[in-house]
Design a protein around this ligand. Structure first.
Ligand SMILES: [Zn+2]
Length: 510
């Protein structure tokens, strides 16, 4: 369902008709060059930035680089005298984690790891435990049969027995992790241990962050921990597969077991911060109206082995495009052709963690949302979609949001593109049947949900090197990226200079 829309003649004349007094943006668009983009990206996507995790020293370095660039261009600080809008994070680090079973100590995160606890501190002490096999409760099967597990420690095995078919398939199957935990809690378990062959890497993270405005899950529920096959083998003296086989053929049955189990767990609670970087070019006769140009400057950092995730395309490409557009508008301002509306260049952090920075901005806006004419957001515009089968592979960009919130969006964007850049604007991701739900997956969404019309520009790099250490600068197509950035600049130019703010005549679908 790829749909290519080009501006019709009527649209062009509508735009040129209001443009008599406007300056020619081409002079300024030309300042967006492959050389400049490359120089900036060489810094933003360098090893020194360590993958720009939120929060991290590498992210701070990137913020400083962006701030220095804004200052050099003569931009004004965007947040009441500061270039930064800082938000608070809670930092939880694992301080104590000791498991002892029958006098055998286990301390390593490879052996025991928290999945969920509602407490920052736990001291569990049991003299017996309920072994419930796979812990499955289904139409014709109840692994808890005859067992009263109220307040007891429940131990179960991940996965499902050979030859067992749950009565319901898919996400709601009785063999899923969530169904098993839900059942254990419903039966009144005091604590749950899930024995698994290998503890998933995600559960081994010892330090985690979350925005302070996101409250912890309310209420108390039994804590759930992983224990590894290694723990099971050492305690039982039997192989993990051997135990599963014995369960499968009925040699071993669920039941109560004697044994002393103690678990001490404690989190250390600290705070941290991260920030958005905002630089502003003040408008002329419409300076109390605002146009936002955004990209996220964070990425996913490093993995446990120290591999850097450079994030050259995601979203180094968007970040450096914002820097270059800021330069183009700054040059226009110096030439006496500054924008009528105030243009806010904002690079946000925490996008990869869950749109934290843009969420914080949208809940604590520096400029009124109802006076913000639009947000043009960029998240990946430096590469080519490896899945793209069309012939125009070297001359396209995906545009998302053209049919939502404002009917002005496609008119302006297509009009300017048709006049100056002639890229194929591909609306594939606006197809209501598209499963990627891209509209909800980057920072523009936090503007859209507040009613601000948005366009989102994207190259389709979801296969290839997405969120891998191989998203590196050598794979960037700089001429294509410069052309895309220029196209967005032209659109921004029109939005910042046209007589009226974008009308808000469409509803955002649920
Ligand atoms: Zn991204």
């Amino acid at each position: 369902m790829i749909k290519h829309l080009f501006a019709v003649a009527a649209v062009c004349s509508a735009i040129t008709g209001t443009a008599q007094k406007k300056a020619d943006p081409q002079t300024f668009a030309r300042s967006i060059t492959t050389t400049d983009l490359k120089n900036h990206l060489n810094v933003i996507a360098s090893a020194e930035m360590e993958g720009r995790d939120t929060p991290s020293p590498g992210l701070e370095k990137a913020a400083e680089y962006i701030t220095a660039h804004f200052k050099k261009l003569g931009l004004k600080p965007g947040n009441n005298g500061s270039f930064r809008q800082t938000y608070q994070l809670s930092r939880d680090s694992l301080a104590v984690l000791d498991l002892t079973i029958n006098g055998m100590p286990f301390k390593g995160i490879d052996e025991v790891a928290p999945i969920w606890t509602s407490d920052d501190k736990l001291n569990l002490n049991y003299s017996e435990y309920a072994f419930v096999g796979y812990g499955i409760v289904d139409q014709n099967r109840d692994d808890y049969e005859g067992l009263d597990v109220k307040g007891k420690l429940v131990v179960l095995i991940a996965g499902s027995p050979k030859g067992f078919t749950p009565s319901v398939q898919g996400r709601l199957a009785s063999t899923t992790f969530t169904a098993k935990v839900r059942n254990a809690l419903a039966k009144g378990a005091g604590a749950v241990f899930i024995a698994t062959k290998e503890i998933p890497p995600r559960s081994k993270i010892k330090v985690s962050y979350r925005p302070e405005w996101e409250k912890e899950a309310p209420g108390k529920a039994a804590p759930v921990f992983y224990i590894s096959a290694d723990v099971v083998e050492k305690v039982s003296g039997h192989g993990f597969e051997e135990i599963k086989a014995a369960l499968d053929n009925g040699q071993t049955k669920p039941g109560m077991n004697q044994g002393s189990v103690t678990l001490n767990y404690q989190l250390q609670k600290d705070r941290a911060t991260a920030s958005n970087v905002l630089g502003v070019i003040e408008g002329t006769d419409k300076k109390d109206e605002y146009l936002f140009i955004t990209a996220h400057y964070d990425h996913v950092g490093k993995d446990a082995e120290g591999n850097i995730y450079y994030g050259a395309d995601d979203d180094g490409s968007g970040t450096v495009s914002v820097l270059e557009m800021a330069e183009a508008f700054a040059l226009a301002k110096k030439a006496g052709k500054g924008p009528r509306r105030t243009v806010v260049f904002m690079t946000v952090s925490g996008e990869e963690k869950g749109l934290w920075g843009s969420e914080y901005y949208s809940e604590n806006p520096v400029y009124p949302m109802d006076k913000t004419t639009a947000d043009l957001n960029i998240d990946m515009i430096g590469r080519i979609d490896t899945e793209r089968m069309s012939a125009d592979t070297l001359n396209y960009v995906y545009v998302i949001g053209h049919d939502k919130l404002s009917t002005d969006l496609p008119v302006i964007n297509e009009g300017m593109n048709n006049k100056y850049t002639k890229l194929v604007l591909d609306y594939k991701f606006d197809d209501p049947n598209d499963t990627e739900r891209i509209y909800y997956r980057s920072d523009h969404y936090n503007f859209a949900r507040k009613g601000v019309p948005i366009l989102f520009f994207y190259d389709g790099m979801l296969k290839a090197d997405y969120h891998k250490p191989t998203d590196t600068i050598d794979k960037i197509n700089f001429p294509l990226m410069a052309k895309r950035a220029q196209m967005i600049f032209y659109t921004a130019w029109e939005m910042a200079n046209r007589d009226a703010m974008l009308k808000r005549d469409l509803k955002l679908p649920e």
